[in-house]
Design a protein around this ligand. Structure first.
Ligand code: AMP
Length: 416
């Protein structure tokens, strides 16, 4: 029987895996400059964590979670998103007791049983950040600016940062009521999914991909007319902060977040280059979530960015993330004596920071040169019985084809 990976879950093989590593390294670099440090939480959490944080009525909880009961009768779930677990860890370890402000970033796999298609998988990966303990609008602006600087650093083009405010516990209910009234007036034009969602989160209907629903929503009220004074002020200040940081953004009052816990700022980075999966990144403010999960009343804000989608976009835009190391050496040693003599030389070259490969099986020179080509070697070090007897090697530059005789003891000097 031939085994295959689970539908919607993918292996990441070389050379692709190098692009992943570069992306993660760049994120680490950009985020750490703003004071963010890495957090790693388990992939499996207790199911109630997500029921409480994501919301029992959300699609994610209702339809998409990989949940199971383990041998000890514990209800567990493969994490479908990042924020809840980070909030749990922040609270569990009493991080706030020393300092409420904590800045984390993370990269890892998440699991949602969605319908797989290009840019949408059942195991996908996110780069995320969470900032706790900062209620000021400048925190929102800085988080978004950091995200855009990261996207700049990886060389992505033509993406839009769209920003909204979802209001707060005080002003949002009034908006929801008006929205529900409006939706009742166009109810017969809405798809089944939207009809079901109306009661729990009427704003979510803006996310529906059904064109008939979108047409029905043309005249729908939007949230900004219902903001309380503080929410309006917060939104204006976020904009002022983004302006001061030189970040271009668009206001979009139809931005919603799929999860229940967001308040005020919600944002997305979108692209037109990925077809239906236009959202590259989503984030927002979640003041109140930490408290509702049993922690202190500490505000929070964060985002999650889909690594697969970013890589797809970069590929489509022809951006090459991985720069080849300048020197890539292939050792073609013929005969056991030459092979043994090259072992310490290879070791020294590698310790000097150079990439060195060789043929374990000691095949013919022709076969080894073929391997060197396949390995995209910049130089081949050739050593046979006669070179060994003379205590030297031939170093061949694979692009110019020039060959140098080099004394065995000077091979490392040649490359360094
Ligand atoms: P969300 O947590 O739903 O706001 O998602 C944040 C980001 O993760 C999205 O903007 C996507 O880039 C990515 N993402 C979410 N779900 C998937 C999925 N099923 N497959 C691939 N990427 C995803």
């Amino acid at each position: 029987m031939k085994h295959t990976a689970v539908k919607g879950m993918h292996d990441i093989l070389p050379p692709d895996s190098a692009r992943w590593a570069v992306l993660e390294a760049k994120a680490r670099h950009v985020f750490s400059r703003c004071g963010y440090a890495e957090i790693r939480t388990p992939i499996v959490e207790k199911t109630p964590l997500f029921l409480r944080s994501v919301g029992e009525q959300t699609d994610m909880v209702q339809k998409e979670m990989y949940s199971f009961v383990d041998q000890g009768d514990e209800a567990l779930t493969l994490r479908p998103e990042g924020t809840a677990a980070v909030v749990r860890a922040y609270t569990q370890h009493g991080v706030y007791q020393q300092d409420q402000v904590a800045k984390y970033f993370y990269a890892g796999p998440y699991f949602r049983r969605e319908r797989p298609q290009k840019g949408r998988y059942r195991q996908f990966h996110q780069l995320g950040v969470e900032l706790f303990g900062a209620a000021h609008s400048f925190a929102d602006a800085e988080v978004m600016a950091m995200l855009m600087r990261f996207l700049e650093a990886v060389g992505v083009r033509d993406v839009r940062l769209e920003v909204n405010s979802l209001g707060c516990k005080q002003c949002r209910p009034k908006y929801y009521d008006t929205m529900r009234e409006f939706l009742a007036s166009v109810a017969e034009q809405l798809c089944e999914n939207c009809t079901n969602r109306m009661a729990t989160n009427p704003m979510r209907l803006f996310d529906c991909k059904n064109t008939q629903c979108q047409t029905a929503l043309t005249e729908a009220p939007t949230v900004q007319d219902y903001w309380c004074g503080e929410c309006g002020e917060h939104f204006d200040q976020v904009g002022a902060g983004l302006d001061a940081l030189g970040v271009t953004y668009w206001t979009n009052h139809r931005i919603v977040r799929g999860l229940d816990y967001y308040v005020r700022t919600a944002f997305e980075v979108v692209t037109h280059d990925l077809g239906a999966q236009s959202a590259l990144c989503g984030g927002g403010r979640y003041d109140g979530l930490v408290k509702s999960l049993g922690g202190p009343d500490v505000p929070g804000i964060g985002f999650g960015l889909g690594i697969e989608r970013l890589l797809l976009l970069l590929e489509q835009q022809g951006a090459s993330l991985v720069t080849q190391e300048a020197t890539n050496i292939y050792v073609a040693a013929l005969g056991d004596d030459a092979r043994v003599a090259m072992l310490p030389v290879m070791d020294e070259l590698r310790r000097a920071g150079l990439r060195v490969q060789w043929d374990f099986d000691g095949r013919s020179l022709k076969a080894q040169m073929k391997r060197a080509d396949r390995a995209e070697a910049t130089h081949t070090v050739i050593v046979g019985e006669s070179e060994l007897a003379d205590g030297k090697v031939i170093i061949r530059n694979m692009s110019t084809k020039a060959q140098d005789d080099v004394v065995l003891a000077k091979v490392v000097d040649f490359f360094t």
